[in-house]
Design a binder for this molecule. Structure first.
Ligand SMILES: [Mg+2]
Length: 222
């Protein structure tokens, strides 16, 4: 069978790794005395990451802002920010709850001969660590992570730099991800076909080349 694409760029959080349980696990490791504060933490970090999707902050800025705002909100002294931030990141780098079907889908895609690249907004060393803990890092020829690339998705320059690094044309790559803003619109603006994994966000078929509800449905469309 002739392959329509040579490669896939695949988002990590909420595409391959389940973001909420990972986030809760890292939070509880960083603040074991108050696991009940997780909802407050998640609301603050969620709002800041959402603002970043729309260009209000860079991902690097959000990584500094959310520990500061969370610690201030719960009334801890400012000196608690750095220890909390470091404890959270250390724990985060080990979190690796897989989305259902992730490993089987990667395995089948590799067997079919697709080149696979991770494409994520975060710290490179932490995302690679998490993929390694999840035993799926070996499926990827390379990892394109915003802090290494120098631009955050959906910036078209993130996708242009990723394409430059793997030596492929936009028409040769399918971007797969769960975020309409960062993954789908960003990649479409860079000229890639897209596959929207409608896991949490509503199905907006119009702006994505393909839409799937389960990760393994990828295998039916390419
Ligand atoms: Mg995602």
């Amino acid at each position: 069978m002739r392959m329509k694409y040579k490669a896939l760029f695949i988002d990590i959080d909420d595409t391959l790794l389940d973001y909420v349980p990972c986030c809760r696990e890292a939070f509880e490791a960083a603040m074991p005395e108050h696991p009940e504060y997780f909802d407050t933490f998640f609301r603050i970090s969620g709002r800041l990451f959402s603002e970043a999707k729309h260009g209000k902050h860079t991902i690097a800025e959000v990584m500094e802002l959310y520990p500061q705002e969370f610690i201030a909100t719960i009334g801890y002294p400012a000196e608690a920010v750095e220890p909390f931030k470091h404890a959270f990141r250390e724990a985060w780098g080990k979190t690796h709850t897989l989305v259902e079907g992730a490993e089987e889908t990667l395995n089948a895609l590799r067997d079919r001969g697709y080149r696979l690249f991770a494409a994520s907004n975060s710290f490179g060393h932490l995302q690679r660590s998490r993929l390694r803990y999840a035993s799926i890092l070996h499926y990827f020829e390379d990892t394109y992570i915003s802090m290494d690339i120098g631009y955050d998705k959906p910036d078209i320059r993130f996708y242009e730099e990723a394409l430059r690094r793997c030596g492929l044309q936009p028409s040769e790559v399918l971007m797969v991800g769960d975020s309409l803003t960062t993954d789908i619109i960003g990649a479409a603006n860079a000229g890639l076909d897209t596959c929207f994994f409608a896991r949490r966000e509503p199905d907006e078929r119009s702006c994505s080349t393909y839409v799937i509800k389960e990760l393994n449905q990828l295998l039916q469309i390419i």
